[in-house]
Design a protein. Structure first.
Length: 146
């Protein structure tokens, strides 16, 4: 089911992205939700936070940093197009979440502007560092950049 030799069809690519997205979304839900359940200091149900939201969104920070690390690694590897679509766009695209980061940054910032700024700065700095670390780690094994 290819349009040219070695190039997957759009339908097949869409199917692997959807399958990867399902996996990534479930992983994010489990990991971020599980970590947030362990964090002490739940935010009171006010206008500045969501019900049962922790005072600081550690779960979203963790999944975004781990996702940046893994996507940085994947981006520097020689991977066939279907595996890249499944892992990169599907699994890691659904695993990481910019929308949750943005909403949580606003909510944390309403409660404490300094903490809101810190969350944004830490997420960006650590996420970019993790992506770079993933790229550097990919050169350690076969299939990485020459």
């Amino acid at each position: 089911m290819t349009t040219t030799i070695g190039v997957p069809s759009a339908r097949r690519t869409a199917m692997v992205v959807a399958a990867g997205g399902a996996v990534g979304a479930l992983l994010r839900w489990q990991l971020a939700g599980g970590l947030n359940d362990l964090v002490v200091g739940e935010c009171p149900g006010t206008v500045n936070c969501l019900p049962s939201q922790p005072a600081f969104p550690w779960g979203t920070l963790l999944v975004n940093v781990v996702g940046a690390l893994l996507l940085g690694w994947l981006a520097s590897r020689q991977v066939d197009p279907l595996r890249r679509a499944f892992l990169g766009t599907g699994v890691l695209g659904a695993f990481t979440t910019f929308s949750a980061f943005a909403v949580e940054a606003v909510l944390v910032g309403r409660r404490s502007p300094l903490e809101g700024i810190a969350y944004v700065v830490v997420t960006l700095a650590v996420g970019l560092g993790a992506a770079r670390l993933g790229q550097r780690a990919s050169s350690l094994g076969p299939g990485g950049p020459s």
